[in-house]
Design a binder for this molecule. Structure first.
Ligand code: F6P
Length: 358
């Protein structure tokens, strides 16, 4: 069993509901193991600027139900420089921080790897509403963001039906269409537009026209923010105008944006955050680091961070020359299979929407 005197926890990148629940679980589990715990304020910039606070069982009380992150967050560019990294390492040494648990997305994990490579063992916990980390089936925050999105769309449905209108709703997710697709399914939308699947605009406009003629009142279309027009505009707003022009149905546009990143986390997120937080501490205590805690087929597992990052690039078609060189052929095949499985899941959900949105 590895002996740690003190670990640091930080939250980095976009916040996600459930981050607080994960902070609480990491802190309480580590304290329970006799390890001191500090919170690093404002993500990696807190490491650079020595913004460190002690965490006790009481200081993480009453946060399990709160959105946002009590440790605050940042997208820190300085941490990507050698100078920034050296300051961060110096802070770890000065505060006797033996290991770091970093909560966030792929940028956060790249930071965790850099720390591990410089002698500060680090473990990542996937927190992002986008669910866009290929190595894990699930990221903390995804369920809460989807539920909030669904409630917002339900509200829009009420008013759409009253006025016989259409509402195009743009939702977050960066380049990942899962929030859009699954909330479209769950809220009975007539269509979804996501980056992963080609979209037939004419088919949707014709279908809305036919349905409106045959008595359907109220149409909802969910568009992922990652879908752009050829000249780089966000497609949702453009589509709203085209639906109005093409169908004669009055069409409104709503951008939900950051509102779905806040709010109290769902049970799913609190539970997953707790499981992953405890697993992160256990992993460090077992002497392992440079891993991200993942959920695969319902089980909590550890995945090597480098593997997770390259699996991600494999799925997102962002591979750089030589990216696969460090991996055995079976591992590369596994990454490709994972990417295929992810794509198939999205296409299957998209087909389901086509069958049910009549
Ligand atoms: O990654 C989470 C996310 O909310 C994305 O869905 C979105 O594209 C991005 O962050 C927004 O970033 P920011 O909070 O910096 O505007």
């Amino acid at each position: 069993m590895a002996k740690f005197r003190k670990i640091g926890i930080l939250t980095s990148g976009g916040d996600a509901p459930g981050m607080n629940a994960a902070v609480r679980a990491v802190a309480r589990k580590a304290l329970d193991e006799g390890v001191e715990v500090v919170g690093i304020i404002g993500g990696y910039s807190g490491l650079i600027n020595e913004n460190i606070i002690p965490l006790t069982p009481r200081s993480v009380s009453n946060i399990i139900s709160r959105g946002g992150t009590m440790l605050y967050t940042d997208r820190c560019l300085e941490f990507k420089t050698e100078e920034g990294m050296q300051k961060a390492i110096a802070t770890c040494r000065a505060h006797e921080i033996d290991a770091i648990v970093a909560l966030g997305g792929d940028g956060t994990f790249r930071g965790a790897t850099d720390l591990t490579n410089r002698g500060i063992p680090s473990v990542g916990i996937p927190c992002t509403i986008d669910n866009d980390i290929t190595a894990t089936d699930y990221t903390i925050g995804f369920d809460s963001a989807m539920n909030t999105t669904m409630h917002m769309i339900d509200c829009l449905r009420d008013t759409c039906v009253s006025h016989a209108r259409c509402n195009v709703v743009e939702v977050m997710g960066r380049d990942c269409g899962q929030i859009a697709l699954y909330t479209a399914l769950a809220s009975g939308a007539v269509g979804a537009v996501v980056p992963e699947v080609p979209f037939d605009e004419k088919e949707l406009i014709d279908r809305i026209s036919t349905l409106a003629r045959t008595g359907k009142r109220g149409f909802l279309v969910v568009v992922s923010e990652g879908v752009l027009t050829p000249d780089g505009q966000k497609y949702g707003e453009v589509l709203a105008k085209r639906i109005a022009d093409g169908t004669g149905v009055e069409t409104k546009f709503a951008r939900l944006a950051h509102v779905v990143r806040g709010g109290s986390p769902t049970l799913r997120d609190r539970l997953t955050a707790t499981k992953m937080g405890v697993a992160a501490v256990e992993t460090l205590m077992e002497g392992k680091s440079n891993v991200v805690i993942c959920e695969v087929d319902g089980k909590i597992v550890e995945t090597d961070i480098n593997y997770a990052l390259i699996a991600d690039r494999t799925y997102k078609n962002k591979l750089k020359p030589g990216d696969h060189d460090a991996f055995a052929p079976e591992q590369v095949a596994e990454m490709r299979a994972l990417a295929e499985r992810r794509r198939a899941e999205i296409v299957e959900a998209y087909d389901m929407l086509a069958h049910t949105s009549k």
